[in-house]
Ligand binder design. Structure first.
Ligand code: PGA
Length: 247
């Protein structure tokens, strides 16, 4: 199981960041859960410098451009240079700030070019009884990875994050039956996009109000490979409880 801790902008000081890393290191040592931390970028580079543990790091986003005269941009290459191994791309909070499907596809290509494993976020705003939300998820997947070489497509981790479930509480997250159905659907779309049987190896994560109280339920019978956790990953105690539930 893989847990990606998306700290968003919840963590803003080095003391808290170090505390969360210490907790994560202990969990990585004592459980079989793989932990990836996604801190804001200055904190990411401060933490990776001395990190020799199994805990890995992800950028919360990467620039859609390569380097040059682009003030404020942080490129995939710069993240790779400070030791990030993953990059969250296409998060709904970035899409809301203007990320287009084209930019997301570019970001994925840049991440892959510099050895970062993209974690592509997809998910509908709301559900409708006709199942249009399935078509939207298909479109997001296809436009993000469809133009990559088939071998590259297989490297992308998919995080299904329905917007209606983000930033709430466990009671408002998706139910395990609906999650199981979506995981199946994403695997079906991936099977169309990936060569041979390679789509079976793709990792699919769920994100949106995952907490210690619902993570077990979401795991049972959904065939999910892990979780992208926001608010519950930024409190050392809550995060520890959550990972132990999964272990
Ligand atoms: P949440 O965020 O766990 O706070 O709902 C998840 C995410 O947006 O990645």
């Amino acid at each position: 199981m893989l847990i990606v801790a998306n700290w968003k902008a919840y963590v803003e000081d080095i003391k808290k960041a170090k505390k969360l890393l210490a907790v994560s290191k202990r969990l990585a040592r004592t459980t079989d859960v793989a932990i990836v931390l996604a801190p804001p970028s200055p904190l990411l580079s401060a933490l990776t410098i001395h990190n020799t543990s199994k805990v890995a790091f992800a950028a919360q986003d990467v620039s859609a451009t390569t380097g040059g005269a682009k003030t404020g941009e942080v490129t995939a290459q710069a993240y790779a240079a400070v030791g990030a191994l993953y990059a969250i791309i296409g998060h709904s909070e970035r899409r809301a700030l203007g990320d287009t499907e084209k930019m997301i596809a570019e970001k994925i290509a840049h991440a892959l070019a510099h050895g970062l494993t993209p974690i592509l976020c997809v998910g509908e705003h709301e559900r409708d009884s006709e199942g249009h939300y399935l078509g939207l998820v298909r479109e997001e997947l296809t436009s993000a990875i469809g133009s990559l070489m088939p071998k590259e497509r297989a490297k992308v981790i998919i995080a299904y994050e329905p917007l209606w479930a983000i930033g709430k509480t466990a009671t408002e997250a998706i139910g395990s039956a609906d999650l199981a159905e979506m995981v199946l659907y994403i695997r079906k779309v991936l099977a169309e996009l990936l060569p041979g049987k390679s789509s079976r190896q793709s990792l699919i994560l769920y994100g949106g109000s995952v907490e210690a109280t619902n993570i077990r339920d979401l795991t049972v019978s959904s065939n999910i490979d892990g979780f992208l956790v926001g608010h519950a990953s930024t409190d050392p105690m809550a995060f520890s409880l959550l990972v132990k539930q999964l272990a």
